[in-house]
Design a protein around this ligand. Sequence first.
Ligand code: IMP
Length: 198
Amino acid sequence: MGKLLFATTNPGKLRELRELMGGDLEVVSLADLPPLPEVDEDQPTFEGNAEKKARAYAAASELPTLADDSGLCVEALGGRPGVQSARYGDSDADRIRRLLKALEDVPVEGRRAEFRCVLCLAKPIGEAVLELGRCEGRILFAPRGANGFGYDPVFEVAGGSRTMAELSSVEKSAVSHRGIAFRKMRPHLLALGGAGHR
Ligand code: IMP
C-alpha cells in the first residue's frame, strides 16, 4: 500500500481524509513524523500556499505529500479575509465579531461569500497536482449552530436555510469546499498506491 504525508496537525482534517480514503492509502500526519522545518504560509493565493507547503514537506519527508490551504472569501470585502482567514482575529469568536462588524451596513443581498479549499499533491520530485473546492453561501447577521469551527456559525450554505454549524459532519463534508476538493483529489491519491479506483 502507498504511503502519504498529509501536511497538517489538525486532527479533524486528518480524520476526514482517512475516511475518504477508506484504507486504500496509509495516511500519516506531521504529528506522526520527527519535527520538520515549519513552512511559512506567506503566498498571496490559496494555490500558492498549498503548493509551497506540499513541495517543501515532500522534499523534507521524501514522501508524497498533500497540503491544503483554505479560507472564507466575502464578495463585499473584495474577497477578504481570503488567505488571511486564520489571522483575521485572535480566536474564532474574535474573527466572527470582526467580520460581522465589517459587514454591519451591508444588506442581505450584498452578503454573498464562499469558502475555498485548495489541495496540492506533490511528490519529492516531479509535477504537483492542484484541486479546488468551493462552497457558496452568505454571511448572516448573527451566529447560529454549534457544530464545525471557524466561520461556520455565520455562513449560511446556498440552497438551504442552515448554517455550516447546523450541519452534521457528514452533511458538511457532502457540500463543503474541503469535501469537494478531497473527492476531486481522490483519484490522484489512489494512483499513488497503485490500488484500483472504486
Ligand atoms: P487553514 O486552511 O487551516 O489555514 O484555515 C484557514 C482558516 O479559514 C481557518 O482558520 C478558518 O478560520 C477558515 N476556514 C477554513 N475552512 C473552514 C470551514 O470549513 N469552516 C469555517 N472556517 C473555515
